[in-house]
Design a protein. Structure first.
Length: 298
């Protein structure tokens, strides 16, 4: 599978230190994080809050360890604040990623999002966009796509728990109403399974739009408790709902086979936010790397 070096393997720093909950991994240094990524056998990383924003400094520290930047998350507020405010932040983010050699920009709409709210029940209070908000979202994403294209980059939309684009139906609508030349899709196995979607259905239906992949596994017993106990997204993460590929319930072999058959090119990013005091990030990075090697050949 995946012959010809068309796919590269990265891991996100969120398993070491969490941007949304700084108390998780607050003691872990940037240097420890990227050193353990490289030692575990990964060649790329996404960007966390401890990463230096000085281009030369970041390039040097990563290149010493044979690492590249795959992408980084951008919070859009297209449905809730004037577009000009999002534009300014996006251009700065785009230029930083372009300087670091990234080809895609991860975008998630955070208007009305509850993913960062500690006490808000994830499934009971999931936001649903109005028709007016859908219009703002689609128009705004097209404009962000145009800005990305100025640097020969793509935006990849991250469907995400606790947001207005979480379910299969919402992903379908987003893909149907956006221009494929301007808006691509980030495919995240863990968020789909946690939401109760069929990840293979979404993968096969939207394969032509997928230009970035997050490999995330789910502990289904914790996911069930989230629904039953009316937990928030952050509470779910703290309790270990997510884990690395090979440690949860998802069978990644059909996912890899479908992506290989379709000729996917780009990054696979292991992304599994956990409490590093409970799930040692280096140990779990090694577990993920070994599982991916065994099941995909990468």
């Amino acid at each position: 599978m995946f012959e010809g070096n068309q796919v590269k393997l990265a891991i996100a720093p969120i398993g070491w230190t969490n941007d949304d909950m700084p108390e998780l991994g607050g003691e872990v240094t940037f240097e420890q994080c990227i050193s353990e990524m490289a030692l575990a056998g990964f060649s790329g990383s996404e960007v966390g809050n401890k990463y230096p924003r000085d281009i030369e400094v970041l390039q040097k520290t990563l290149s010493l360890r044979g690492l590249e930047i795959a992408s980084a998350w951008f919070s859009a507020f297209l449905t809730s604040i004037p577009f000009e405010e999002t534009t300014r932040a996006f251009i700065e983010h785009r230029d930083f990623l372009h300087a670091m050699g990234a080809k895609v920009i991860v975008v998630s709409e955070q208007g009305n999002s509850i993913q960062g709210q500690m006490e808000t029940a994830l499934f009971d209070q999931k936001p649903v966009f109005t028709e007016a908000e859908w219009k703002l979202l689609i128009e705004g994403l097209h404009l962000l796509g145009d800005l990305a294209a100025e640097k020969n980059m793509k935006i990849v939309y991250h469907h995400h728990m606790g947001t207005g684009v979480q379910t299969s139906e919402e992903i379908d609508r987003l893909m149907a109403e956006t221009d494929p030349e301007k808006v691509s899709l980030l495919y995240d196995t863990g968020h789909l399974v946690f939401s109760g979607e069929n990840p293979l259905h979404v993968l096969n239906k939207h394969m032509s739009r997928i230009h970035h992949v997050h490999l995330k596994d789910v502990r289904i017993d914790v996911a069930n408790k989230v629904r039953e106990g009316k937990w928030s997204f952050l509470q779910a993460v703290k309790q270990g709902v997510f884990t690395v590929p090979g440690d949860g319930i998802i069978d990644f072999i059909p996912v890899f086979e479908a992506l290989d058959t379709a000729g996917y090119k780009g990054w696979f990013v292991v992304e599994a936010e956990q409490d590093p005091a409970v799930a040692n990030p280096f140990e779990f990075a090694l577990k993920a790397r070994q599982y991916i090697r065994k099941t995909s050949g990468l």
